[in-house]
Design a protein around this ligand. Structure first.
Ligand code: TPP
Length: 644
């Protein structure tokens, strides 16, 4: 069955009301059955949010036969645990069958996971980590505005969930950017896992929104279809620059007398006996045995929706060539490349490239981009958790989104936000302008030395580290033109343009960046130094020292760290001595990656890792490098020791 409600009507007809009632009974049955069959899951919140979800899908623009329809509105389930309600409703509206859902729910390999994931047709975003959904929705809503599209975004949230701090960041942001295409629906059942929301952590949810100038609607009975329909329609149809929140007073486990208002049912299914009782209350047949038998069959995977990146046509623009002898910080080269991308792609209000910074526009060199494309530049304030998540929402609409701040705030601070973008194939370009000891005087809290270790935990992200302004320029243009999540990091200092032995530019106009390809800056037969990023100039100097001593040493620069050029590593191994040098935690960086490649290839070589072996201090980068054995002299000494 499906239902299309007309939002221009003043109220629901009696037929519509009885259709909703019939749908509710079937959905409630499937919520209870699915969780009891799986022996786990969240029936309580599913039943309390069910009525609002049912009417929302009746009102919004969507088409079950085209889950990718461009014009569809987006529903983000910030409360990913109410998956039984979402799947029951999507089955009701025709995205798949009730049998698909009931036979697969929470089974390994099936298309119906415990928290909502976009492998389920009709689901827009993988969620489960509470507190992030509003930021994703804000990214989508802002993205639609930037793209001049009329799609709406509806986000379902819990009341306990509002204890998460990231939500207030998103609330402020939505108000600042006048996102009237955004509707928040809060399932205000006053319960969470460990009791009432007042006992666990009291707060006034409505005032969070009202003090930030949202349109706040309160429904005393959130299960009243007409009241919700009228409030939702009004929010959907308005166009006044103000986002809306509907705080819907609901009852946990609504509709099953012995489950209502009992916190235990937040996350506990009914046992067999109680399920039979509930089915009786609903007036439906008890089908537990039938489905339990069917669940003994091999799991079906036919409904699993493969991820498809939005089609975007992006020009890399005209590369900038920095001449030999130039000293420039890579972040300035980033700023110029970003401006070049904007000039090549953002025309006449048609925005392709977007940029976000967090009160560090000047430091991250986004000023030129901001001036050129003010519509696509977002100042998120000191709200990195929100900004990182929001970047995922924006990017998923096909806007090539650069999120820039210092490494400590773009990576370490928001590890889990980037992780969720990774799950969602969000295609965010995280460009951190200050990483490593090279940050210098600001000291260790600002020196991100874990970016590689952290990003390597994600399965769908790349890590690129430019060695000079030319490589920065090419990497930035490259990442704009290919889909995928990526991290690019750079130091703060001015750095020389890398040259070949004959003094000409190494990353010249014939050079194109390739993911998974290392660069042989120098070749040698006695040893190889494998390196990247801000320490490359020191390695080049060490090479001069070693050369003067009569040693033939190669330098392999890994502009691409994930994926890593394993063939080049094995070529380095052929020299018999390998030293890795990096401005990164020595235990979790390139050194460990190279060691793994070497060990897995069954090679025995002389091997040493140089890197950051303790938190840095506050001082000039050159002194900080020297203090941790990462200056040219120390690198030369360490390499020479290996040769002797
Ligand atoms: C960041 C995070 N912390 C903890 C959890 C575990 N958790 C799942 S649901 C939940 C309670 C949510 O309460 P509420 O938003 O009121 O949802 P309801 O109980 O009404 O379904 C918690 C703590 C989580 N999923 N994410």
């Amino acid at each position: 069955m499906t239902l299309q409600l007309t939002m221009q009507s003043s109220e629901l007809s009696s037929e519509e009301l009885s259709t909703l009632q019939e749908m509710r009974v079937r959905c409630a049955k499937n919520i209870l059955l699915s969780t009891s069959l799986a022996g786990s899951g969240h029936p309580g919140g599913s039943l309390s949010t069910l009525d609002n979800l049912l009417v929302t899908y009746g009102c919004m623009r969507h088409d079950a036969s085209q889950p990718d329809l461009e014009e569809r509105d987006r529903v983000i389930m910030s409360i990913g645990h109410v998956s039984p309600a979402v799947y029951a409703i999507l089955a009701e509206y025709g995205y798949f069958t009730e049998a698909d859902f009931l036979s697969g729910f929470r089974r390994t390999g099936s298309g119906f996971p415990g928290h909502v994931e976009r492998i389920v047709p009709g689901v827009e975003w993988d969620t489960g980590n509470l507190g992030q959904g509003l930021s994703t929705a804000v990214g989508l809503a802002h993205g639609f505005k930037i793209q001049n599209r009329s799609n709406k975004v509806i986000v379902f949230m819990g009341d306990g969930e509002h204890q998460k701090g990231q939500i207030i960041e998103a609330i402020r942001y939505a108000s600042k950017y006048k996102l009237d295409n955004l509707i928040v629906v809060i399932d205000r059942n006053h319960l969470q896992i460990c009791g009432t929301t007042e006992e666990v952590m009291p707060q006034s949810i409505r005032s969070l929104y009202s003090t930030n100038n949202w349109d706040v609607k309160y429904l005393e009975n959130g299960h009243d279809y007409n009241a919700y329909f009228q409030t939702f329609s009004e929010a959907y149809l308005k166009n006044d620059g103000v986002p809306t929140v509907i705080v819907s007073r609901t009852i946990m486990s609504k509709g099953i007398s012995f489950m209502e208002n009992i916190p235990k049912y937040h996350g506990s299914p009914l046992d067999r006996e109680s399920l039979a009782k509930a089915m009786k209350e609903l007036g439906v047949e008890d089908e537990f045995e039938k489905w339990d038998d069917l669940r003994k069959q091999p799991v079906a995977t036919a409904t699993i929706q493969q991820y498809r990146a939005p089609e975007v046509s992006v020009s890399g623009g005209e590369p900038i060539l920095y001449e030999a002898g130039t000293m420039l910080d890579n972040r300035s080269a980033y700023g110029s490349a970003l401006l070049g991308l904007a000039e090549a792609n953002n025309h006449n209000n048609n925005m392709v490239i977007a940029g976000i910074s967090c009160d560090l526009e000047g430091s991250v060199k986004m000023g030129g981009f901001h001036k050129h494309s003010p519509r696509a530049y977002m100042e998120a304030g000191i709200q990195e958790h929100h900004a990182a998540t929001m970047a995922g929402g924006l990017a998923s609409l096909g806007l090539v989104t650069f999120f820039s701040t210092f490494g400590a705030f773009a990576v370490s601070e928001v590890y889990n936000q980037n992780r969720l973008n990774d799950f969602n194939h969000a295609s965010v370009k995280v460009v951190a302008t200050h990483v490593g000891l090279d940050v210098g005087e600001d000291g260790p809290t600002h020196q991100c030395i874990d970016y590689l270790g952290l990003f390597r935990n994600y399965y769908r992200s790349s890590v690129f580290m430019p060695a000079d302004p030319n490589q920065t320029d090419r990497i930035i243009r490259y990442i704009a033109t290919v889909p995928g999540n990526v991290f690019v990091g750079m130091g703060r200092s001015k750095t020389p343009v890398i040259t070949k032995e004959d003094g000409s530019v190494f990353f010249d106009s014939d050079y194109t960046f390739q993911a998974g390809k290392g660069d042989w800056l120098r070749t040698g037969t006695d040893a190889t130094i494998v390196t990247y990023g801000a320490v490359v100039p020191a390695v080049m100097e060490a090479w001069e020292i070693l050369k003067a001593d009569g040693h033939s040493v190669g330098i392999l620069n890994m502009g691409s760290l994930v994926p890593l050029d394993k063939d080049a590593v094995l070529q380095a191994v052929a020299t018999g001595v390998v030293v890795t040098v990096e401005d990164h935690h020595v235990e979790t960086g390139l050194g460990s990656m190279v060691a793994t490649v070497v060990a897995e290839a069954g090679q025995g070589i002389a091997f040493k890792r140089l890197g950051v072996s303790q938190y840095g201090g506050s001082g000039k980068p050159a002194d900080l490098y020297a203090s941790q054995g990462l200056d040219a002299k120390s690198i030369a000494v360490a390499t020479r020791e290996m040769l002797e």
